[in-house]
Design a protein around this ligand. Structure first.
Ligand code: HEM
Length: 558
């Protein structure tokens, strides 16, 4: 019986086309390793390998996929905490240098022509294959415009959207005789995040169009697939492999551009119209009705392009692709993290009384000015418990285990600092990063580090505030949006994520709407326990298919 199944496989493997293909791959791999990929300096050790090793064994490669946390732990304890860099395996046959945390400030001080974040993301995202042009990352004005958002205006719009989000993604479908239903947490939150994102990127023009929302989610997945294939295969094979992997994204991009086109055209016409010399009123003032313009990300991009990139302004292909890249930035990690946060909200230990504490806080803060539907930056800052849960959830469940991806672009390479590896030079082309999950779960910094303690950070802030009254001490930088060397979900330094201020609104609004209008609980078969996250190599996801029971309250909780 066995020989019956093995025989056809042997025949296939020994056939001329397969042998030829294997020889070509081996040849390309050798050319790539010897001549194209940057060599790693001998002074930097490979994790899990003997000191003399210059390539990873299959055992270490296997461990990367099945127990990457252990590899990161070893790298942290045996090298990085001691101030030594180390090489870690990544997807496929690739590997990357990881630097010790003490070097981060030095990296921040390096100019872009020595170490580049843009070039790292060009390589990482394989943007040429997914979007057809690397300029969208090298000149990523769409991303930098995020820093100019008027957060209170955007926050107002997102809150206005919340009712529709919940009726669309939560309320639809059957409930049992007591009004309960079960929802898939990750999928539901993803729908809500896609809609919130669409509200501040394209506004009411498209944000309630479900086909558009599903397309933006599917495109986010397709971006990841193209990037992952690109990382997994040697550079020499990327032109073929990435083009094939990006085919579904290209088809979806075409549909996306078609859906966007009427909105784009309308807005471009309006902006051109506004740019014409306008009639003067009786006081001699020019009449320009900028109030009729929408206020969202697409609009900011178009206004910027009209002034600074006139060729792109006229091109739906450019403006649409830039919007697609922004959507990816806005949706992908936000959906994953907010999904995990909802699981943590329900899954935190009973001792914290999380749901009821948050309801009390929302009631106190949101009604403080008599208008519970008005969101201001000051109310947002006062929601310290919700803030703390958000930060704690990201501390423990960060999507990727590494942060601050950079590429050495200086011709002579990059000479490293440090006692242990004096004279080590990272050659031009080397990609490097820092571990993030490990410093975030180090017992020396966070007592009981692996426990989800939702109010860990709000207690610190409350204690500092109480002490500050006496001593004038500054508040510790532990809010959801604060950056620190031992909390890196949004990275650190001048390229740290500018979208975190929006995520701050989104997470508090999501919790507030959910807890005000719904009761939630685990399905009985979970026996009160949160299903654990799932690791796929380096990435941490909410458990696929994890559900919660949810019931709309007859009377809001606050
Ligand atoms: C939980 C959700 C999010 C996480 C975990 C996250 C994380 C990150 C990280 C780690 C970086 C890289 C910084 C570096 O390497 O130095 C980054 C960059 C960036 N993020 Fe986010 N992000 C999130 C949501 C968003 C949202 C919602 C937006 C936009 C609306 C956004 C826009 C950006 C932009 C434009 C950059 C590039 C910044 C630069 O290069 O200067 N992100 N983000």
């Amino acid at each position: 019986m066995a020989s019956l199944t093995v025989q056809p496989l042997l025949t296939l493997l020994t056939s001329t086309p397969v042998i030829t293909l294997l020889i070509i791959i081996a040849l390309l791999y050798t050319i790539d390793t010897l001549f194209l990929s940057p060599p790693y300096p001998k002074a930097i050790a490979l994790i899990n390998e003997p000191p003399s090793a210059r390539r990873f064994s299959l055992k270490t490669r296997y461990k990367f996929y099945t127990d990457n946390v252990a590899l990161h732990q070893e790298a942290w304890n045996s090298y990085l905490k001691l101030g030594k860099p180390v090489v870690l395996p990544t997807l496929g046959y690739s590997a990357e240098v990881v630097l010790p945390p003490g070097w981060m400030k030095w990296v921040h001080s390096l100019p872009e022509h020595v170490v580049s974040v843009a070039e790292a993301f060009v390589q990482f995202d394989k943007i040429f294959y997914s979007m057809g042009d690397e300029k969208y990352i090298r000149d990523q004005y769409q991303g930098l415009l995020v820093k100019r958002f008027d957060l209170e205006v955007m926050g107002r719009d997102i809150w206005e959207e919340m009712g529709d989000c919940f009726s669309r993604w939560v309320d639809r479908g059957e409930v049992d005789e007591r009004g309960w239903k079960e929802v898939d947490v990750a999928e539901t939150v993803r729908g809500i995040v896609a809609q919130m994102t669409a509200r501040f990127t394209v506004g009411l023009d498209l944000c309630r169009n479900e086909e558009y929302l599903r397309l933006t989610c599917d495109m986010s997945d397709a971006f990841v697939v193209t990037a992952a294939v690109g990382m997994a295969v040697p550079p020499i094979l990327q032109p073929v492999a990435c083009r094939l992997a990006a085919l579904p994204l290209r088809v979806k991009t075409r549909r996306f551009l078609n859906m966007l086109e009427p909105v784009y055209k309308k807005r471009v016409e309006q902006l051109k119209d506004d740019a014409k010399p306008s009639p003067q009123d009786s006081s001699g003032q020019q009449q320009r009705d900028s109030n009729r313009r929408p206020y969202d990300h697409l609009q900011l991009m178009l206004e910027f392009a009209q002034r600074n990139r006139p060729d792109e302004f006229e091109s739906i292909n450019d403006m649409g692709r830039r919007l697609a890249i922004s959507n990816f930035g806005g949706i992908h990690q936000t959906a994953i993290h907010l999904g995990v946060m909802v699981l943590d909200l329900l899954g935190s230990d009973a001792e914290f009384n999380t749901i009821s504490s948050l309801r009390d806080e929302f009631k106190r803060v949101m009604y403080s000015d008599g208008d519970p539907d008005k969101w201001t930056k000051s109310k947002l800052a006062s929601l310290v418990k919700a803030d703390s849960l958000g930060r704690e959830s990201m501390r423990l469940n960060q999507f990727g285990g590494r942060a601050l991806f950079r590429k050495v672009v200086a011709d002579g390479g990059l000479k490293c600092p440090g006692d242990h590896v004096d004279h080590v030079v990272l050659p031009k082309g080397t990609m490097f990063s820092f571990l993030s999950k490990m410093p975030q779960t180090d017992e020396q910094t966070y007592p009981d580090a692996l426990k989800l303690d939702p109010f860990r950070f709000s207690r610190m802030r409350e204690a500092a505030a109480a002490e500050g009254i006496e001593k004038g001490a500054a508040a510790p930088p532990v809010s959801f949006v604060s950056l620190s060397l031992d909390h890196l979900p949004f990275a650190h330094g001048k390229h740290a994520c500018p979208g975190r201020f929006i995520v701050d609104f989104e997470l508090k609004m999501l919790f507030c709407y959910l807890l005000r209008n719904y009761d939630i609980e685990w399905p009985s078969e979970y026996e009160g326990r949160r299903p654990p996250n799932v690791y796929v190599a380096e990435a941490c996801f909410p458990p696929k298919g994890a559900r919660m029971r949810i019931r709309r309250r007859e009377v809001p909780a606050f």
